[in-house]
Write a protein that binds this ligand. Sequence first.
Ligand code: FPP
Length: 245
Amino acid sequence: MAPKDKTDRAGGRGPRHVAIIMDGNGRWAQARGRPRLFGHHAGAKRVREIVEACPDLGVKYLTIFAFSTENWKRTQVEVAGLMSLFRRYITKEARALKAEGVRVRFIGDRVRLDKKLQALMDELEELTAGNDRVHLTIALNYGGRDEVARATKRLAQDVAAGRLDPETVDEETLPKYLDTCVLPDPDLVIRTSGEARISNFLLWQSAYAEYEFIDTLWPDFSAQIFADLVLAYGTRERRFGGVKA
Ligand code: FPP
């Protein structure tokens, strides 16, 4: 059985869904005179601590950007090293994730990923499908524009096949075709490493999200920094385009 959760430290005012752009691994490694992959390995180690911090903070959904549709432009060595890291991460962490009550999902276009990795992703999703303590979504070969394009294609196929009346298409329709169709929209998006851009991450879903751009490089990110950002969010007022009540 999954461990029992403590009280929600954000008192119900915290974000239910936090999304993170884990940036700065390369610079962290370079600052130490090490290859970029050393930084990615250090970055992967931070993930567990953040997932474990979620229940106590009332964060039910955590979505992390592990590999973008643009990341294929990196050197062959770095791309192959990242793919190998993802395979190892899934293999090594599967049991702990299941035992911790974490439900894992992947978003992004799986087709371009190697077959072995795809199989591991399917297995991990299946293994953790009964969990509900924390919902961890890993974006792998993910791009917001690519996701909207793929969703639109399927929507158009439904229209062409007579399964969907185009007159009924509205703001509620497209999200049903997105990779994130079962997830709530993110409330808070964090990007590490001092860059203030969203880099094609959850474009549709983040329309009303709050953003935190922090200077810390991802391998230096900690449960304490995460808790500070989550608790600070609880003091913000979100108006969703309306006025103060
Ligand atoms: C950005 O840093 C990071 C990535 C492209 C990879 C993110 C991957 C991890 C944190 C590791 C593994 C994650 C899982 C789920 C196992 P960068 O390389 O762009 O850094 P830089 O901007 O300093 O060059």
